[in-house]
Write a protein that binds this ligand. Structure first.
Ligand code: NAP
Length: 254
C-alpha cells in the first residue's frame, strides 16, 4: 500500500483523491490550508492547517510515514509548492506536482500581464474604472490604494472588513462560472476592467471568454515561478503516475 499526501485546495486535488479513494492499494490524506470557512466535502480523510514551514512538513511526512507527496495546490500557491519541493528533497520522498496549464491569450484577447497585485493596481490607471476583481479574498487589500475606481469583488468567503474604498459591491460565490453568466455580470455592472489570475482550467475561464467577446481588458497576474519537480497536467496523468509508483515500489519489494 502506498501512503499518499495530497496538498490540495483545488478541484483537481479533490478529483484525484476521489479517483484514488476507490483503490485498495492507496491510503490517501488530503491537506488543506484552512482558508475557506466551509470547504467542500472531500472523498478522503482531510487534515486542515499549515504544517509549520518546511521543517513541519518534513516532520509530518516522517511521523505519518508518507510514501509519496502530491502537490496539487493552486498555481499561485508558490510558498506551499516551494516548501513541498524542499521537504520532499530533505525527507527523500518522491514528489509529483499536478499543475493545470495556463490559459493562452489569442489574437482577440486584450490582456495586460502584470507581475503582482501592486502592478495590477497601477495598471488600472488614474482614471476611474469599473473593475471586476476575481483574484481571491487574500489579495484585494492593495486595491484600497486606488479608491477612484468602482469595484465588483467576487470571493468564496466574504471580504471582512470590507475594502476601504467608497464604491465596492461584493459577490460571495464559488465557481464554476460559465461564459453566459459571466457576460451577464460584466454587462450588468458595466465592467471595463477585469483583474484575474491565470488559473487555467475551465471552471473560471468563463470571464476570460466573456471579456474577449465584449472587448474588455483583462489585467492578468502572471503565474509565480514554481519549483522544478516531476509534474503532470491532468488528474488522469497523476493517477497513472501514482499507479506506476506503486508498481515500482512493489518491484523493489517495499
Ligand atoms: P501559499 O501562499 O503558497 O502558502 C502559505 C502557507 O499556507 C504555506 O506555507 C502553508 O503553511 C499553508 N498551506 C498552503 N497550502 C496548504 C495546504 N494545501 N495544506 C496545508 N497547508 C497549506 O498558499 P495560498 O496561495 O495562500 O493558498 C492557500 C490554499 O488555497 C492552497 O491550498 C491553495 O491550493 C488554495 N488556493 C489558492 C489560490 C490562490 O490564488 N493562491 C486559489 C485557489 C485555491 P505552513 O508553512 O505552515 O505549512
Amino acid at each position: 500500500m502506498l501512503n499518499i499526501l495530497i496538498l490540495g485546495g483545488t478541484s483537481e486535488a479533490r478529483q484525484l483523491a476521489g479517483e484514488l479513494a476507490g483503490k485498495a492499494s492507496f491510503k490517501v490524506t488530503l491537506s488543506l490550508a484552512g482558508r475557506t470557512v466551509s470547504p467542500i466535502a472531500q472523498p478522503v480523510q482531510v487534515r486542515i492547517r499549515g504544517f509549520g514551514g518546511v521543517d513541519g512538513l518534513v516532520k509530518y511526512l516522517a511521523t505519518q510515514r508518507v510514501d509519496v507527496l502530491v502537490d496539487a495546490t493552486h498555481p499561485y500557491a508558490a510558498t506551499m509548492a516551494a516548501h513541498a519541493a524542499d521537504a520532499s528533497a530533505s525527507a527523500n520522498i518522491p514528489i509529483l506536482a499536478l499543475r493545470r496549464p495556463p490559459w493562452k491569450a489569442n489574437a482577440a484577447d486584450r490582456w495586460t500581464e502584470v507581475a503582482n497585485v501592486d502592478d495590477a493596481v497601477r495598471a488600472l490607471g488614474t482614471a476611474p474604472r469599473r473593475v471586476f476583481l476575481t483574484i481571491g479574498r487574500q489579495e484585494v487589500r492593495p486595491f484600497a490604494a486606488a479608491p477612484q475606481h468602482r469595484y465588483l469583488i467576487r470571493s468564496v468567503d466574504p471580504i471582512q472588513p470590507p475594502l476601504d474604498v467608497p464604491h465596492a459591491t461584493y459577490i460571495v460565490a464559488r465557481g464554476p462560472f460559465n461564459d453566459a453568466d459571466e457576460r451577464a455580470t460584466i454587462t450588468e455592472y458595466r465592467i471595463d476592467r477585469i483583474v484575474a489570475k491565470n488559473s487555467g482550467g475551465s471552471a473560471t475561464y468563463g470571464k476570460i471568454a466573456a471579456a474577449r467577446a465584449l472587448g474588455i481588458t483583462v489585467i492578468m497576474l502572471r503565474r509565480p515561478a514554481l519549483p522544478a519537480v516531476a509534474s503532470v497536467e491532468t488528474v488522469q496523468d497523476a493517477a497513472a503516475w501514482l499507479d506506476h509508483a506503486l508498481v515500482s515500489d512493489a518491484d523493489r519489494g517495499v
